[in-house]
Design a protein. Structure first.
Length: 392
């Protein structure tokens, strides 16, 4: 089968080390591994220095003087114009390539792929990773034209041969919004590529030495972007409570983000600089080296709809996991079998961390169980198989 992989998002670059970039590369590679020809139409570019497709205003300093509602409405107007331009280009591209299937990684308000598929009568599969209108309003702000995004979302689901989502929560959301039948929406959680899961023992030893970690220490860890909604703040507070009881507990926080400076200040206030360590941003190629020194990995918070890639990476590295009790996590992990699932509250997190410290054998059992599940059920190869089976 010949597949056009279409990403209309103007900012997501195929080469980016970010979650979306990795997801796109892995799905494309997995399709190809299944023996299909994949041709790419990536609006955000395939090299990291590509900037010519960005939605941007030349006088960005004006933003602080413009009310958020007006600013976001102007951005939506730009988006609508870009969507029309993309439609002309994707139509020409499809006429040239003559694919059997369009696979679109959708984004807020962009309907070019849907309209082109309808005009040319090509089978259309759409991947929706978030409730785009709601996410856009929450993360960026509301727009007077937000209803356009809502209409596009509904039309895409209704027109698509199949809609691919990453959680049963997203499936329920789309069924409620569109009244589409359950069999038209396929839930396929995120995954890992086992061939990428490895670490350098020399680097591991160097990291342990750099932070003074010994075999007697139990190291709690977090890897990812450090934003308010990831719960690193309550992770630090929980650790501060526990370290008074467990002198051999340590913590390693890998990554960078907007609240990193305030977290560093909080650790200084707690006088825990010798026990809680921040790496800042690290090269993507070294992430697993840092992950390898952790005994317990923690993701304190997550949103209600997304499938967090980190839990699969933690599982692939056979690490004990504490994760939030949200539907996307419950789709793939069973509490006290694969890890500990908690409400996003400091007390629950503290108790779960205490359990991990007191029960190393149980910690190991859960880590092995989830590792086996990830290797069996949550690889990108398995993702591609499920998607392509549903497209027949």
């Amino acid at each position: 089968m010949k597949i056009v992989y279409f990403s209309p998002h103007p900012h997501i670059n195929l080469a980016a080390p970010s979650g979306p970039g990795t997801h796109m590369r892995e799905v494309i590679a997995a399709f190809e591994e299944q023996g299909h020809e994949v041709v790419r139409f990536i609006q955000g570019g395939e090299k990291l220095n590509t900037t010519d497709t960005r939605i941007d205003f030349k006088k960005r300093s004006w933003k602080k003087f413009i009310p958020s509602l007006i600013w976001e409405t102007l951005r939506d107007i730009q988006m609508i114009r870009l969507d029309k331009q993309i439609e002309n280009r994707i139509l020409a591209f499809l006429l040239q390539e003559k694919p059997d299937l369009i696979y679109e990684r959708s984004c807020y308000g962009m309907g070019a792929g849907m309209r082109a598929a309808e005009k040319l009568g090509i089978r259309y599969v759409v991947e929706m990773n978030a409730p785009y209108p709601e996410e856009k309003a929450l993360m960026q702000g509301k727009s007077l034209l937000q209803e356009i995004g809502t209409r596009h979302e509904k039309k895409q689901v209704l027109q698509a041969h199949r809609t691919i989502v990453v959680s049963t929560a997203m499936k329920s959301y789309l069924m409620q919004k569109t009244q589409v039948s359950a069999d038209k929406i396929l839930v396929v959680a995120n995954a890992v590529n086992p061939s990428h899961i490895h670490f350098n023992p020399t680097r591991q030893a160097h990291i342990r030495e750099s932070y003074g970690f010994t075999s007697s220490h139990t190291v709690f860890g977090f890897v990812g972007s450090i934003f308010p909604y990831h719960g690193v703040d309550i992770l630090i507070e929980s650790f501060a409570t526990l370290e008074k009881e467990y002198t051999d507990a340590r913590m390693l926080i890998v990554g960078d983000g907007e609240i990193l400076p305030q977290l560093r200040r909080r650790v200084t206030e707690l006088t825990l600089e010798d026990k809680i360590h921040f790496t800042g941003n690290v090269p993507h190629s070294e992430v697993y080296d840092y992950l390898s020194v952790m005994d317990v990995t923690v993701m304190a918070r997550s949103n209600w709809y997304g499938s967090p890639v980190k839990i699969f990476e933690y599982g692939a590295m056979q690490k004990a996991i504490i994760a939030p009790r949200v539907i996307p996590v419950q789709d793939v992990m069973e509490n006290e079998i694969d890890g500990l699932l908690i409400e996003a509250q400091e007390k629950e997190l503290t108790n779960s961390m205490r359990f991990m410290l007191n029960n190393p054998q149980e910690r190991h059992r859960m880590a092995v169980t989830f590792h086996d599940k990830v290797m069996r059920e949550h690889t990108w190869k398995r993702v591609a198989e499920q998607i392509l089976d549903s497209c027949q």
